[in-house]
Design a binder for this molecule. Structure first.
Ligand code: PDD
Length: 284
């Protein structure tokens, strides 16, 4: 198994992180998770662009181009013979004596590796339970930063109560999940929080919204209130590794009729089809 360290392919046990890396000490860095289907990095351009955007937002000047990054990640996937799996990539601001402030000219540290992913088929077919909790994160959730402490705390709470995800609520408004975007269906309209600083604009989210528009289903990028969430006909979540998963129980109460809803199922089918198309185009 090889890993990428600042552009070089190394054996995993040869990769070393400095104990004064600012990512390690401050979470001062950014990341992406990309899915690999049949050896193809799905949505690579979109993930690479978001990675560059996150870096720019926190003032990290990445020392490579989007094309270099894509090429290196493809090489990593090939080298490790990944057919179905994922790639994790992160860049930290660099290594320096521990002080909150930093000097210009630090060398960003970029690492990437591949990992196996099991498609959550059971969850996709039968739906999952979710809990709700307060969204007490900072106000720049649009940046895919390494600072995931609150997400970790609340995901752990969900996990310990046997739920798959926790839906976060800020001032009575549904924002997103701890590691997914959240959608509610009401009167046949799919509603999801607009892409602003309160949520991460998921790559899966963007693909889903495009599919909804293409199929002529009704869509509103408008905040959903907690009340509306509890009365939704259908709820589903999306992320790179989850794809589209129905939420059939919320805080112990059935969502709609308590089984995956028709719109969610149609969307799941459309999403699988779009993956197949993307893979076909990339490998031809
Ligand atoms: N998480 N919102 C949050 C807070 C997330 O962490 C994620 C993804 C998403 C969905 O984004 P995308 O569709 O681009 O995966 C939304 C990744 C998968 C993770 O941290 O593992």
């Amino acid at each position: 198994m090889k890993v990428l360290v600042n552009g070089q392919l190394l054996k995993r046990d040869e990769a070393v992180v400095d104990i004064e890396d600012r990512g390690y000490q401050f979470g001062d860095g950014i990341y992406e998770v990309i899915r690999v289907y049949e050896g193809v990095l799905y949505g690579l351009r979109e993930h690479a662009e978001r990675f560059f955007r996150s870096a720019a937002e926190i003032g990290i000047d990445l020392p490579f181009s989007i094309e270099d990054l894509e090429w290196k990640l493809e090489k990593l996937v090939q080298e490790n013979g990944v057919e179905s799996g994922g790639v994790y990539i992160q860049t930290t601001r660099g290594v320096a004596p521990r002080k909150h402030q930093y000097e210009a000219g630090l060398a960003p540290q970029t690492t990437a590796y591949t990992f196996p992913v099991k498609k959550p088929e059971n969850e996709q077919a039968h739906g999952v339970s979710a809990i709700t909790d307060k969204d007490l994160r900072w106000l720049r959730c649009d940046i895919k930063s390494l600072n995931l402490l609150y997400n970790v705390m609340i995901k752990q709470k969900a996990y310990e109560t046997g739920a798959y995800e926790a839906v976060l609520i800020r001032d009575g408004i549904v924002t997103e999940g701890t590691s997914s975007n959240v959608y509610a269906v009401k009167d046949g309209v799919v509603r999801t929080h607009p892409a602003n600083q309160l949520i991460l604009n998921g790559i899966t989210r963007m693909n889903i919204l495009e599919l909804i528009r293409k199929n002529g289903w009704k869509l509103e990028e408008k905040p959903v209130t907690e009340e509306e969430l509890r009365q939704a006909e259908e709820i589903f979540i999306s992320s790179t590794t989850s794809e589209v998963i129905p939420v059939v129980t919320l805080d112990g109460e059935a969502v709609g009729s308590g089984v995956p809803g028709p719109l969610t199922k149609q969307l799941q089918a459309a999403f699988q089809e779009s993956i197949q198309q993307a893979i076909g185009i990339s490998s031809s």
